[in-house]
Design a binder for this molecule. Structure first.
Ligand code: OAD
Length: 250
């Protein structure tokens, strides 16, 4: 990485954020990588002999709910033992300095909230929420490790599932609406940060493009290129936990 170029880009991003009133942030697994949470598509995206993409599906759950829950139990434990990294903390500071702020994350961990962010939308749900596959129960389940695998509904003893959007499932419409509204109905949107995501899903690319159309300077933070790299205003080829504090603290 060209250090001088990066230094100039960091200064540019700092200027773009200084005085920005409306800020949108979109994060993916890379934002939590330096907290020790494996990304999905990286070399560490395996658990035992399974790929995350093969476990996070309704088919995998209906065939083997115990196995899928064992994987989530493992991930819940990792997150419970992890701490927000300096990138998460910098994003909380950015929220503190903005008048209007929304952070949409694909991550199912709660590290953004634990770092201090308040306006957070979980596009793919939460590791700490469950819902019953037999009745209408939905709620939090915080126990680590799980009391039983697979866990059962307190109301009807039905099988609980993670309240997570799996491959092939639809997003929560209320969450989508709140993000769309933030991007389209704000008086001004000045900057958008896209942090640590491969941006493989159409809706993720769409939200970055909507931010650009609403007038925001779009900044990507990712050590790798993504489908969004060509359309963003600044692409910082760096790790979020390293470069975000440089942007925020100077
Ligand atoms: P991926 O695992 O696909 O991508 C992680 C991205 O983070 C890659 O682009 C990496 O280059 C980048 N990255 C890695 N380390 C980084 C660091 N330290 N700082 C910044 N960036 C870093 O994760 P997502 O894009 O979040 O969905 O994947 C999207 C969705 O696919 C996930 O939410 C999950 C997954 O399957 C569901 O479970 C429905």
């Amino acid at each position: 990485m060209g250090t001088l170029k990066t230094h100039a880009e960091v200064s540019r991003v700092r200027e773009l954020l200084q005085g920005a009133k409306g800020i949108f942030v979109l994060t993916g697994a890379g934002a939590s990588a330096e907290s020790g949470i494996p990304t999905f598509r990286g070399a560490d995206g395996w658990w035992k002999k399974f790929r995350a993409e093969d476990l996070a599906t309704p088919q995998a759950f209906s065939e083997n709910p115990g196995l899928v829950w064992e994987w989530y139990d493992h991930r819940r434990r990792l997150v419970a033992e992890a701490s927000p990294n300096d990138g998460h903390k910098a994003l909380a500071k950015i929220e503190g300095s903005a008048e209007r702020f929304l952070l949409a994350t694909q991550n199912v961990d709660d590290l953004h909230e634990r770092a201090g962010n308040r306006n957070v939308e979980h596009v793919h749900g939460s590791l700490w929420r469950v819902r019953c596959t037999s009745c209408s129960y939905a709620g939090e389940l915080r126990d680590v490790p799980l009391p039983e695998t697979p866990p059962r509904c307190k109301a009807c003893r039905g099988l609980l599932r993670p309240d997570i959007v799996w491959f092939g499932e639809t997003l929560n419409l209320a969450v989508v609406q709140r993000i769309d509204d933030f991007l389209q109905k704000l008086p001004t949107l000045d900057a958008a940060l896209v942090v640590g995501t491969t941006a493989v899903f159409g809706y993720i690319q769409q939200w970055a493009l909507m931010a650009k159309q609403s007038g925001a300077a779009v900044i990507e933070i990712n050590p790798q290129e993504t489908p969004l790299t060509q359309v963003v205003d600044v692409a910082l080829r760096a790790k979020s936990a390293e470069v975000l504090p440089q942007i925020v603290d100077g």
